[in-house]
Ligand binder design. Structure first.
Ligand code: AMP
Ligand code: ZN
Length: 141
């Protein structure tokens, strides 16, 4: 498994630093976040290093996504939480602090005051349409 020597999540995958492990399979690992934003906050990583969504393999992404579903079910069963946010940050501007792709599972309750939601404000349909066309033209197989 390709690891990056100064990557904290690679070190967790390799067992070089401890974690509260929840689940692992050949390609992914789930463990508790040690700075939880809510009780039950946990992380899913592909074992293969890649900094972010654009860097990881499709196999790593699929493995992490399937493990996120499996672990989310267990978190919900354990905490009977009203809701769950899956969060995945790419780049410093998006709040990414650990440069090894990961998916957050964040349990939510009604009116928990967490500042992660935004109001629904209708967009400029013409501008959305133009942007959609530009993005479509940049989609590669
Ligand atoms: P992000 O800001 O999306 O890159 O999230 C990185 C997350 O990794 C944060 O929520 C940290 O609390 C968490 N984190 C950092 N180091 C560790 C660690 N050693 N064990 C568990 N979680 C960690
Ligand atoms: Zn890594």
């Amino acid at each position: 498994m390709h690891a990056v020597s100064d990557c904290i999540f690679c070190k967790i995958v390799a067992g070089e630093i401890p974690c509260f492990k929840l689940y692992e399979n050949e390609e992914s690992l789930a463990f508790m976040d040690i700075n939880p934003v809510s009780s039950g906050h946990c992380l899913i990583v592909p074992k293969q290093h890649g900094a972010d969504l654009l860097a990881i393999s499709d196999a790593g992404l699929c493995a992490a996504a399937c493990t996120a579903k499996k672990v989310a079910r267990a978190v919900k069963a354990t905490l009977d939480t009203r809701g769950l946010n899956l969060l995945q940050c790419n780049g410093e501007a998006a709040g990414q602090s650990v440069l090894h792709f990961h998916i957050h599972i964040i349990p939510r309750e009604m009116d928990d005051g967490m500042a992660m939601n935004w109001d629904i404000v209708p967009g400029d349909m013409a501008a959305i349409g133009v942007l959609a066309e530009q993005i479509r033209n940049n989609i590669e197989d």
